[in-house]
Ligand binder design. Structure first.
Ligand code: 13P
Ligand code: SF4
Length: 318
């Protein structure tokens, strides 16, 4: 981590270029603390998608992983979306290709396809609806009850949705390598370490972990719940990056990670310097075709946007 004058210099340079290009910095809740601290918006996948679609900025610097930057580019084709580390992918999103989904659809031609936002633009383009961990149950519940549903790529979120909705759901065997690191043993040990704590787990955790939890929440829902809960002790069963903001927003409460090893290496690939480099590269590329820019081919973008728009239509308006 940068310190003192050096950090001030770096932040000053970032700020100057942000102003010059009318840029905003969006950061996912799993990003390193120093990135979350300087971001204009932090949030879960749903909150960030909505922010990306509504912002007046000309440039979005996305501190997250590729599918998140792609989602921003799908929703805001006129904006320049920068991902400061092009190799920040999501292994779960890469567990299904557009072609594999096409083949699955051929086997179940009458099924409605719901894809988790943690998927490539090609997979979204092959889907009828998109969802996030915050609204997957609502999205599936809004679909006709007699319809079979294909849910990709996360078998753990999909399994949870199946359980909550009792719907006929065909699952794809994808999973998040970081969340499946959390085991039942970890939850039991954490409960002993922090007796009386509430266990909040992410739906990407496996079924036995969720069964041992008190609350199953997206990262955005965890942040909201922790602020409102009367009990002030929490065991957090998700990627550990969120604990930074949980602690910052709740100085009176105690948080421990269910499994400190549950780190997503892809979410930690963007230090502050890379934000500056991405903005500097924009400065030296008059045609704005910088290597950090994320774009989606127009035919795929239009089809993927339909799946995202259908998700947004289902959301409660407030
Ligand atoms: P949410 O922030 O939407 O809960 O997503 C979790 C995740 O794994 C993102 O990669
Ligand atoms: Fe993908 Fe899991 Fe990392 Fe999220 S935490 S980006 S689902 S690997």
């Amino acid at each position: 981590m940068q310190q003192g004058k050096c950090l001030d210099n770096l932040l000053e340079k970032i700020d100057k270029l942000k102003k010059k290009y009318n840029a905003v910095i969006l950061a996912h809740n799993y990003q390193p603390g120093e990135i979350q601290d300087i971001a204009d918006f932090t949030g879960d996948s749903l909150g960030l998608s909505i922010t990306a679609s509504k912002t007046d900025a000309d440039v979005i610097v996305f501190c997250g992983v590729l599918f998140m930057a792609e989602t921003a580019a799908i929703l805001s084709p006129d904006k320049i979306v920068l991902l400061p580390e092009k190799n920040a992918g999501c292994p779960m999103a890469d567990m299904i290709t557009g072609e594999e989904l096409k083949q699955l659809k051929q086997k179940h031609p009458d099924a409605i396809v719901v894809c988790y936002v943690n998927s490539s633009a090609e997979v979204k383009a092959e889907s009828d609806y998109c969802c996030t961990s915050a609204n997957a149950v609502e999205v599936v519940n809004s679909l006709p009850a007699d319809k079979k549903i294909i849910f990709v790529p996360d078998k753990n979120l999909g399994g949870y949705v199946k359980q909550m909705t009792s719907r006929d759901i065909i699952l794809w065997p994808g999973y998040c390598p970081s969340h499946v690191m959390i085991t039942e043993k970890d939850i039991k040990a954490a409960r002993k370490q922090l007796p009386g704590a509430i266990v909040m787990s992410h739906p990407e955790c496996n079924e036995p972990v969720k069964a041992l939890s008190d609350k199953i929440l997206s990262t955005g829902q965890m942040l909201k719940f922790a602020k409102q809960s009367r009990i002030r002790k929490f065991i957090v069963a998700t990627e550990t990056g969120i604990i930074h903001t949980l602690k910052k927003e709740n100085p009176d409460a105690e948080f421990i990670a269910a499994a400190p090893k549950a780190v997503c290496p892809n979410m930690k690939k963007i230090p502050l310097e890379k934000i500056l480099w991405a903005l500097e590269d924009l400065e030296s590329s008059p045609d704005k075709k910088t290597k950090y820019r994320v774009t989606v081919p127009e035919d795929i973008r239009k089809r993927a946007k339909k799946a995202l728009d259908r998700m947004v239509e289902i959301l409660p308006k407030n």
